[in-house]
Design a protein around this ligand. Structure first.
Ligand code: ADP
Length: 727
């Protein structure tokens, strides 16, 4: 079947430049568009293509999607007009995919319509039907009605192509039933032509001829040469079938002439060379775009490659960092472990040292305690012998014995004192005391030595210093006595001065600087440091000449440390020495004046005839104590254990009990505790070689009234008895 059918059936809005709104960007599009349209009118299609393509390029470069779609569709339609169907299909399809990305508009419907026409021309009725149906649905959505007949005509043509002649006939009759209006002449002529084709297919040649003639008559009004050419060919074909060869020939000739004219006219519109040139330029533009894209892609690839390399480098660096952190951590852990081990070792070493120090302290305590008991016997017996009118020759020995006993007693006491400080067994007291009085008392008690050595002895007490403080007067006395005693001892026919000056007064604290200076023998420079170390007498001659244990300054330094102070020594041999230190003392708010201690007279007559119980297990001590008491006409009973002592006290009346602390069975403290349950008044005096763990307070807490430390100096012993027995 022959389908040389399509005429220029153009939508009413085929080239509608008014579609473009006036804004800056569309100005350029509309400029190219107008140029293209102007050239259509003068049939200069080379220019039309050129400007349309320019418009497309501009729209694309400026991302004007709608304008790009419209101009691409226009290019498609131009191809269609010039029967370049493949190009037309390509461009229209391209435009449709652009239209799909924006809001629907009439141009979108038109693109589908022309794509449908192109497919009809290519006899692809399946695709054509889809396109025309799309045109219908888009037009309906946009409420476009003016092209309904034209669209119906295409549907009829498609149906004919699909051999659905009845359906096609009905559609064509519907078009033909409409009145002849100027705009519809082409359409109606085409409808008659199509009816003719159907009749020709049905071999109703006469009917077909009549339709073709009607078409020809309507065509004569519209001047559509292409349509006319097709109709003439159809008439020729029918005459041929009717065997009217001459008519067939003459119509064919008319058709050919017309066809030739059309071809010439089309050639004039766009010469084949021009078209090829245009296609070539299109191809070049296309190639340039592909090249540009490729370059961009290459650049992107290069960039992403660079990013990849950088990422790899970064990952490598991070991995290295992680690794080094991990290593570092491991080393740290190892070091920590080592440190911990060392720490544990140190702790163990410290514990060991502490144990050793405790063992030393315990050892010293035990040894000194063990020494004290026999020393007590030596001192006691020496005293007794001296009292028993010894011979003149014996007197010298006894005096030496007494001196040695006293020395050993002082020595042991000093050792015990240092031991006590070193084992942190000393607790500082915080009691109210009068500093001036303390210094005066010390001065008075040492005045004898000063006189003996013919020394001037001065106390210079700054009047600005408050008199009353809170502190530990016993420890302070120890410090002063040691220093002053040394000064007096090492100075002959000189001067010893005690100077106290107020350094500062803040809130409730006074800082006082003390100086004990003498004009004595002095200390060599190289000994200035070492004199504070234990057993560090200047030289052996000094020891022999001046006596002393070499422990006094050690005790002073340690005690000052306890009081958070430091001792400074300046001295020159032959010139004298100065010991200086500062003390921070808390000022007492209430000036409690301690009652002056009752002057205990040494009136032994007052204790004559008193009845004393001695609880003591050591036979020698029993004997000494008994003799010492009986020498003073004191009646004395001796018991050697605690249990019996309790019974004896319960059943007898004693004026005083001398209680040894260390006894076999229950010791003196427990025995006292038991006695206090039934007897609260009888004075009980503890007799002990006080060891580190026993202190005065502890003993008093069991109910004892006082403590006599063994070995005792006989005078102290009698003094104590007088204190409790006199009244
Ligand atoms: P000691 O009991 O021997 O006096 P110290 O520890 O008190 O022990 O003194 C140690 C040594 O320091 C003394 O033996 C003496 O050589 C020296 N020394 C201490 N004080 C004086 C002083 N005022 N003048 C000279 N030498 C002193």
């Amino acid at each position: 079947m022959k389908y040389k059918i399509i005429f220029l059936l153009i939508f009413s809005f085929l080239f509608n430049s008014a579609l473009f709104s006036q804004n800056k960007e569309t100005d350029s599009i509309s400029y190219y568009n107008n140029l293209a349209d102007a050239n259509i009118k003068t049939n200069k299609y080379k220019e039309v293509f050129f400007y349309t393509q320019k418009a497309i390029n501009y729209a694309q470069e400026n991302s004007l999607k709608k304008e790009q779609a419209i101009q691409t569709a226009k290019l498609g339609r131009l191809y269609f007009l010039l029967k370049k169907l493949d190009d037309a299909i390509e461009k229209l399809t391209e435009s449709i995919s652009l239209f799909k990305t924006i809001r629907p508009n009439p141009e979108y419907a038109k693109a589908y319509y022309y794509l449908g026409l192109s497919y009809i021309e290519k006899k692809n009725f399946f695709a054509a039907e889809i396109c025309i149906n799309k045109t219908i649905s888009i037009s309906a959505a946009l409420d476009i009605k003016e092209n309904d007949d034209l669209i119906l005509l295409q549907k009829a043509i498609i149906n004919i192509g699909n051999k659905k002649y009845n359906l096609a006939t009905k559609q064509l009759e519907l078009i033909l039933s409409k009145p002849n209006s100027a705009g519809k002449l082409d359409t109606k002529a085409e409808a008659y032509y199509q009816m003719g084709l159907i009749e020709e297919q049905n071999s109703r040649n006469n009917l077909a001829l009549s339709y073709f003639n009607k078409a020809l008559s309507l065509n004569s009004k519209s001047q559509n040469v292409e349509q006319k050419s097709e109709i003439l060919l159809a008439i020729s074909s029918v005459y041929d079938k009717m065997l009217d060869k001459s008519s067939a020939y003459s119509y064919l000739k008319l058709h050919l002439n017309l066809k030739e004219n059309i071809a010439i006219a089309n050639n004039e519109k766009l010469g084949i060379d021009d078209y090829e040139a245009f296609k070539e330029s299109q191809r070049k533009i296309h190639q340039a775009r592909i090249d540009k894209k490729r370059k961009e892609q290459e650049r992107t690839e290069n960039f992403s490659r660079l990013i990849n390399y950088l990422s790899i480098a970064l990952i490598a660096i991070l991995s290295l960092l992680c690794f080094s952190l991990y290593k570092n951590n491991k080393i740290k852990k190892k070091t920590n472990l080592l440190l911990q081990e060392k720490n544990n070792e140190l702790i163990k070493a410290k514990e060991k040292a502490e144990k050793a120090s405790n063992a030393r302290a315990d050892f010293l305590s035990t040894v000194s305690h063990e020494l004290r008991t026999p020393l007590n016997a030596i001192n006691g017996i020496t005293h007794l012998l001296l009292e028993e009118n010894p011979k003149k020759s014996q007197l010298h020995y006894l005096s030496s014995l007494q001196y040695s006993g006293n020395y050993l007693t002082a020595f042991i006491n000093d050792i015990l004192e240092i031991n006590k400080i070193d084992s942190n067994k000393i607790e500082l007291e915080h009691i109210n005391f009068n500093l001036l009085k303390l210094l005066e008392d010390i001065k008075n008690s040492l005045i004898e030595i000063a006189t003996k050595n013919r020394n001037e002895f001065i106390l210079d007490f700054d009047s600005q210093i408050p008199t009353h403080f809170i502190g530990d007067p016993i420890r302070l006395s120890q410090i002063f006595i040691n220093l002053i005693n040394n000064a007096l001892k090492f100075t002959k026919n000189g001067k010893v001065s005690i100077v106290a000056k107020l350094k500062s007064l803040e809130n409730e604290t006074a800082t006082i600087s003390f100086e004990i200076s003498d004009t004595g023998i002095g200390i060599p420079e190289e000994k200035l440091e070492s004199v504070f170390e234990s057993f560090s007498q200047g030289s052996t001659e000094i020891n022999r000449k001046y006596g002393g244990t070499g422990l006094g300054l050690t005790i002073v330094k340690k005690l000052l440390n306890l009081l958070e102070s430091e001792i400074h020594l300046t001295s020159q041999v032959g010139e004298g020495s100065t010991f200086a230190f500062d003390l921070k003392l808390a000022i007492a708010k209430n000036q409690i004046e301690l009652k002056p201690q009752k002057e205990i007279s040494f009136d032994l007559s007052k204790i004559k005839g008193k009845n004393i119980l001695v609880v003591e297990d050591n036979k020698i001590n029993q004997m000494i104590t008994k003799r010492m008491l009986e020498n003073k006409d004191i009646h004395c009973e001796v018991i050697d254990n605690g249990e019996e002592a309790i019974e004896v006290i319960k059943n007898n009346k004693f004026d005083l009990v001398l209680m040894d602390v260390h006894l076999p069975g229950i010791n003196g403290t427990i025995a006292t505790q038991e006695v206090r349950k039934f007897d609260a008044t009888t004075p009980i005096i503890a007799m002990t070689a006080i060891s580190l763990n026993e202190n005065r307070e502890m003993l008093l807490s069991f109910g004892m009234n006082d403590v006599i430390t063994k070995p005792f100096i006989p005078n102290d012993f009698y003094l104590m008895l007088t204190k409790y027995l006199a009244d």
